[in-house]
Structure formats: structure tokens, C-alpha cells
Ligand binder design. Sequence first.
Ligand SMILES: [Zn+2]
Length: 306
Amino acid sequence: MLYQRTIAKKVSITGIGIHSGKKVTMTLHPAEANFGIQFKRIDLPSAETLKADATTVGATENNTTLGGGVNSVHTVEHLLSVLYGLGVNNVFCEIDGPEVPIMDGSGASFVFVLKDTGIATLNTSKKFLVVLEPVEVRVEDKWARIEPANRLIIDSTIDFIHPLIKTQNKVFEFSCENFIKEIGRARTFGMLRDVDMLKRRGLIKGGSLDNAIVLDDFKVMNPEGLRFKDEFVRHKILDTLGDISLLGYEIAGKITTFKSGHNLHNLLCRKLLETQSAYQIVSASSLQKEAVEAFELPLGLSPNFH
Ligand SMILES: [Zn+2]
């Protein structure tokens, strides 16, 4: 049996928001089985809770935003990716600002905090969304597809006109261990010319070399260099996993993307959910061994019963 997970105790994380440049504190609380991931803006009196769900996504420009108008939470994708990556299904997240702190631009800080806090097992089986037939979305030359597979695989291709990136492809076979080793530490990235333009538009006020890889026309500007030679496509996989986790279940299916972004990931989730013949929801006990084994946690992270 593979059980749902939450965190062992509450924990607070403080950092700056990449778009606002303002300090935000986020407190993650343990939650019961089938609660899912929910966000609440505690700086807004009587703001409704926002469920992390593909249909709650209100904007996908530069980041994934839950909700709309005043009551929204921006840049949820890296935190959601880490929660999926560690198999954590249920968390209540209170936040005192409009966006999840960017930390170092990757999921590394969230992995570190969750390791330290501990992961707890709940007495209810995980549920899987099993893909039964392919679903594809296209926008211009960009596309994303999900198709049947007995475990989660993300095959990602990015294509940038930049000598350090060009075309990069990576196939990520999901397991908690692979996520921590291969994906969680990959940072977001941007081109210096776009950074200047976005800053002039009042966006990414908090953006700096501390929370993104920044490239000029030829090289990486961060003095420490890259964490992986193909850090760019690894970060794309981090984003894809966070966005696809908004399906609300563990996933048994293969996702292939070409030049995808938050918009395409959300379109794919919505189209899949609207195509009733394309998937079914099953309890973890009816799944093949590989899908279940992928959720084994590496040493030092083994969950306790809650
Ligand atoms: Zn990202």
C-alpha cells in the first residue's frame, strides 16, 4: 500500500518574491488526507482559500498564478514541484503576500526545509491519475502531450537561440530520489536583455543573480556558473512537474513537451481533465510496482505515521 503524505509539523519559510521584490513569509501546516494543497493569503482579511488545482490557475505569464485579481498567489510552481517530488499530497499553506518566495530560483530550499521538518504518512491510500489515451495541445510551434505509461516520465525539449542553451533534451523518469538528485536544484533562468525589459515594466523587481541564472549574449553572468551543464532543461522539467501536479493526483503517464511553458502545461491539464475517456483515477494499490516504488523516499527522509 502506498499512503498519502503530509509534513510532520508546521514550518515557516521567509524569502523575497521575485516579482514584487518584497519579503514574504509562508507557513506550511500538516493537513489531513484528501485535503490536497491549499493556499490562504493571511494578509487579506477574509480571503478565500485557493486550492492548487489546474482549474484555479488564473494566469500563466512568467509564472503560474492561482486565483485572480487581488486574491491570487503567484509563482506556486517550484513549491508544488517539490511537494510532488517528495510525494507530499496534503499541505495547508498560509502566506502573507501575493507570491511564494523565490529562494534561490530552484526547489533546493524547499527540499531542504521539508527534509528538516520531516514527512508524515497518513492512513489513506494515494490516488493515481492513469492516462488511458493520448492528449495533446499546441500553440504555434510549441506543444505538449500526455500519453499512457506505467509511471510518470517527462521528456522535455527546449530550444533557445543562445550558444549556451540551443536545443536541450532530457528524459526524466520520476522517482523521489531522481527528483532530489536531478531536478530539484535546477534554477530558473533568463536573458539579460529580457531581465532589463521586465524590470522596466515593473516586473521581477526581486530578480537577481541570487535567484536566477542570467545569461548575456554569450555567457552565464553568475560567478558560480551552472549547477548542471543542462540546468536549463532540468529547470523546465521542474516547472512542468509543478504545473502538472495541479491535476491533483499522482500521475501514471508520459509527458512530452517541446518549447513548453506554464500556459501550455495548464492547457494540457485542462484538456486532459475535460477528456473523460483519456484517464481514470485509481487507488495506489491497483497499480504496477514501478509506479509505487518511484515514491520510496531516500534515506533520511523516510516518513513516519502521523
Ligand atoms: Zn521555474
